[in-house]
Design a protein around this ligand. Structure first.
Ligand code: SAH
Length: 453
């Protein structure tokens, strides 16, 4: 039983941060999670909810502030919830992320001795995102575009997002205005009516190319021609205007049908000296500056001399594959989204890289098949989505025995789980390097090197 009651006011000291960025205080061992509390701070809280093993509270008064506390610069920080750490200095954020990764390696991975390096952070941890995707709603007859208020489906209007490229914010404002002027109705989730669901903007940082995607519920859209003309007139340097049709009742943003309304089907960008073409539906890292840092580390850990065969699992549009191809004999990439593989093949051709081969499919199916056909790797790179690697893939790695495995991960919890599996099956984790791809949020990317024992 909880040693306290709901609606109690109590004085606490925060000891830790949760993975959602809340402060953790303990009352006779019973943990309470309090948004905006920072480790070391003394505060008065109000108990808002009690569960069996833990509770929640609201910060009422700070008696003693952490030296790492910062004034959140964003006016809608608390309503939005997209960022969780603006109230912590950037130095403090990097320390917190390092600690989080280290603790997961010990607790989930049982890797007591693993070397977790300090997080590689940004010099300017703002305006770093090259992609915006904002839901569109209606308020008092006008269009609003912004974000879902925390834990709700109500859309709140947003003029500017401080972690976005400023041009992305400008594009969202512009498109919202033009669509409103031409009588486009926002999609209504409850009734599954209306047209415009999301506005997505992607910018190629190095090329300045710009793509706008209008995600609609139906293929037809009122005044489509006029809307396109006005966007092009207002943004003469626009590269591509796309309509994506998502007919489903779903919170997945993009649907299956993609129509180019104006200009190119893709935009391009450079990472290092490799050029990439990116389709609206393909995954592309959102923080280009840190992507370079991450891939340089991946290349270093792959430790290639030019004679190796490399497998890049979860390859997306072939970014890591092409980055490694110049230093390897041959690279095989596998990825589940067909458009991404099309992009990957085009990107290889665009860069005149001929020692790569790509296949569409699940990594956990395709790689075992390759292995059966006699394709093995000296170095294997994985970069899975948040849920981590499928066990079938890990099993194949253990059988194939590549000398080096480089694991790129956007979720340190599943990374720790998978490192444990590989440690139990012949590998040693040399080190884990966290890279801050998502400043102001609790997310942290890691890259780690494993060697065959
Ligand atoms: N390495 C790439 C992409 C990493 S994101 C980059 O750095 O840009 C993870 C990718 O895994 C996504 O492109 C996603 O479409 C793909 N994916 C998800 N599940 C998969 C599976 N089971 N097999 C292969 N690819 C998968």
């Amino acid at each position: 039983m909880a040693p306290i009651q709901k609606n109690d006011y109590i004085d606490v000291v925060f000891e830790d941060l949760t993975h959602e960025g809340s402060g953790v205080a303990k009352i006779d061992g019973y943990p309470i999670f309090v948004p905006y509390g920072l480790p070391g701070e003394k505060a008065k809280i109000k108990v808002t909810k009690l569960n069996k093993g833990y509770g929640f509270g609201r910060l009422m008064e700070l008696y003693e502030e952490s030296p790492d506390r910062a004034e959140p610069p964003c006016p809608i920080y608390k309503q939005c919830g997209g960022c969780q750490l603006q109230h912590l200095s950037y130095e403090g954020q990097l320390k917190a992320k390092e600690k989080m990764v280290r603790e997961l390696m010990t607790r989930i991975g049982k890797l007591e001795e693993v070397n977790v390096l300090p997080v590689l952070g940004m010099n300017e941890p703002w305006n770093y995102r090259n992609k915006a995707q904002v839901p569109v709603g209606e308020m008092e007859g006008g269009l609003v575009a912004g974000f879902y208020a925390k834990r709700s489906h109500e859309i709140i209007d947003m003029d500017e997002c401080l972690i976005q490229f400023t041009e992305n914010d400008e594009m969202v404002r512009l498109v919202k205005g033009i669509c409103e002027k031409h009588g486009v109705k926002a999609y209504n989730e409850k009734q599954h009516k209306g047209t415009l669901r999301h506005i997505m903007v992607r910018t190629g940082q190095m090329t300045g190319e710009l793509m706008i995607v209008l995600v609609t519920r139906t293929p037809d859209m009122p005044n489509r021609r006029k809307i396109i003309e006005e966007i092009v007139e207002a943004v003469p340097n626009i590269t591509s205007i796309i309509q994506n049709v998502n007919t489903k009742r779903t919170n997945v943003i993009l649907g299956d049908q993609t129509i180019t309304l104006w200009g190119a089907d893709v935009i391009s960008d450079y990472i290092g000296d490799i050029k990439f073409e990116i389709s609206p539906r393909s995954f592309y890292q959102v923080n280009p500056i840190q992507t370079k840092v991450l891939y340089d580390k991946t290349l270093e850990y792959a430790d290639l001399s030019g004679h190796e065969t490399v497998i890049d699992a979860y390859c997306g549009i072939g970014t890591i594959s092409l980055f490694l191809a110049k230093k390897a004999k041959k690279v095989y990439g596998v990825e589940i989204v067909p458009e991404a593989i099309e992009d990957a093949r085009k990107n290889a051709a665009l860069n005149e890289i001929t020692n790569v081969e790509f296949e569409v499919g699940e990594a956990e199916t395709v790689i075992p098949n390759w292995y059966k056909q006699g394709i093995t790797a000296d170095t294997l790179v994985v970069d899975p989505p948040r849920k981590g690697c499928d066990e079938n893939l890990l099993k194949t790695i253990a059988a194939m025995k590549p000398k080096k495995v480089v694991y790129v991960s956007c979720n340190p919890a599943t990374l720790a789980r998978d490192l444990r599996y590989l440690e139990d099956n012949g590998y040693k984790t040399v080190e884990v390097q966290p890279v801050d791809m998502f400043p102001q949020t609790m997310h942290v990317e890691c890259v780690s090197q494993l060697i065959l024992k």
